[in-house]
Ligand binder design. Structure first.
Ligand code: PA5
Length: 447
């Protein structure tokens, strides 16, 4: 089994082992509340059992639909926002060659995204790209009413119908939504789109191991069985004990809360592999929406090193001392590239000639961690041997469980997101949506 490890030796100048271990009793209680479904938000704990409960019928249906979509599409568009898109993108981008959006590789469609913003230029440019290519799409929305994906779907549905005719267009649309609620469910039923259900008890940001993530990942050509196997292995391994010294989820939750209590209110997730950029985005949403409430919570930020060492590095090294960083460290690259020797050594790089590029990256990682610790930034490290489907499954489950435990330590409900509604109410009022007449009148007075 690929091993995931959590190291926190580089936080011990900032918090003591005792301060970390004082969370043990609480952690035991919170694990029990999660497994027994007795804590806050306990009707949204369906994600806990997804690795074991996703049955063969569903996996086979996802794979069969994905095969059809792959065969008929040069481009596959994933429409969704927040939890209905970030997990899929995190996994697909982590597994894909870096420039796979430029051309089809291994007969996989190029994967593009829509419905994750309200930019007119973005959608118009997307329509241009789709014009001369065969494409299909998945529209993913649990509520089935979110404005961003609904808008993108309306535009792309019309485009598909014009391009292929209504009957053929129907075969190019897959809907992933609630089992009964929402406009998307109704539309999918009326049009007869292939539809996958998001379980009632799984919230958006915990839904990557439902069809929300599995279908797009399968269309992109990756092994969803291994993804689930990785999550299953992590579930089994953390299910054995809740001891901070033996359970990486318990340790990560305890360390980050010990640091938070000492004024470290921002956590930066660090990667040294650009293909983990969207994994960081997924993590930011998971932790931001789960913990940031009741005027509490660690602010989740993300950086890609060494790129951002040339932008955010200065702040991290010497700025306000309220940050800690958690490095997602990858043991081995997928490819091999050695630095060539040059006789005249014009760039003075011969001292590293013969080394793999990854070796340089590794020393950058180590050097950065030490520099940041010296600068007053506690450094946590989650290490995985490589990036593949199994490891991503492990990481997903690890972070989800740690988020739930951390949220409970903080005393909040890690499964709701009441604050997300505020901007929507204002936007609907400003747009004059029927049913928002009072809000429209009130908001116009403020302008
Ligand atoms: O995690 C969440 O619940 C949110 O980020 C939602 O996933 C996001 O707002 C999209 O919602 P929906 O799937 O209902 O379109």
């Amino acid at each position: 089994m690929n091993k995931l490890t959590f190291q926190y030796d580089m936080v011990l100048d900032f918090v003591t082992k005792d301060e970390i271990h004082q969370y043990q009793t609480e952690i035991d209680k919170h694990f029990a509340a999660i497994y027994n479904k007795t804590g806050k938000g306990n009707n949204f704990l369906g994600w806990v059992d997804l690795p074991d409960n996703t049955d063969e019928t569903l996996i086979s249906r996802i794979e069969a639909t994905a095969k059809k979509m792959r065969e008929q599409s040069e481009i596959f568009v994933i429409i969704g926002i927040g939890g209905s898109y970030l997990g899929a993108r995190a996994v697909i981008e982590a597994l894909s060659p870096h420039f796979s959006h430029l051309e089809q590789e291994n007969n996989s469609p190029v994967i593009l995204y829509a419905g994750n913003n309200i930019s007119e230029d973005y959608l118009a440019d997307l329509l241009d790209v789709l014009k001369n290519r065969d494409y299909s799409l998945a529209v993913i929305s649990k509520s089935g009413t979110t404005t961003e994906p609904a808008l993108a779907f309306r535009i792309l549905r019309e485009d598909l119908e014009k391009k292929y005719g209504k009957k053929e267009a129907r075969k190019r649309i897959v809907a992933v939504t609630d089992k009964e609620k929402g406009a998307l469910k109704q539309l999918a039923g009326e049009e007869g789109y292939e539809t996958f259900i998001i379980p009632d008890d799984v919230g958006g940001r915990y839904s990557v191991l439902t069809p929300v993530g599995l279908l797009p990942v399968a269309v992109a050509g990756y092994d969803i069985r291994q993804l689930l196997e990785g999550a299953k292995a992590m579930k089994a391994s953390i299910g054995r004990t809740t001891q901070i010294d033996e359970n990486p989820v318990a340790a990560y939750a305890a360390v980050r809360n010990a640091l938070y209590n000492k004024g470290y209110t921002t956590e930066i997730m660090v990667n040294f592999e650009p293909r983990l950029f969207y994994f960081t985005e997924w993590w930011k949403q998971l932790y931001g929406e789960s913990e940031g409430k009741e005027n509490k919570g660690i602010f989740p930020a993300g950086v890609s090193f060494t790129t951002d060492l040339h932008s955010m590095g200065q702040y991290i090294q010497e700025g306000l001392r309220n940050i800690f960083e958690t490095v997602l460290s990858v043991g081995n690259p997928r490819r091999e590239l050695k630095i060539p020797e040059e006789e005249k050594n014009p760039d003075k790089l011969n001292y590293i000639a013969g080394k793999a590029i990854h070796e340089v990256n590794r020393q950058a990682e180590l050097g950065t961690a030490l520099a940041h610790v010296d600068g007053g930034v506690p450094n946590l490290r989650i290490s995985v041997p490589e990036i593949n489907e199994f490891v991503l499954g492990q990481l997903i489950y690890f972070y989800e469980m740690a988020c739930a435990v951390s949220g409970y330590i903080l005393g909040v409900n890690p499964f709701d997101q009441p604050g997300v509604e505020a901007y929507k109410r204002n936007m609907f009022a400003l747009l004059g949506k029927p049913g928002f007449e009072k809000e429209t009148e009130a908001i116009r007075k403020r302008l």
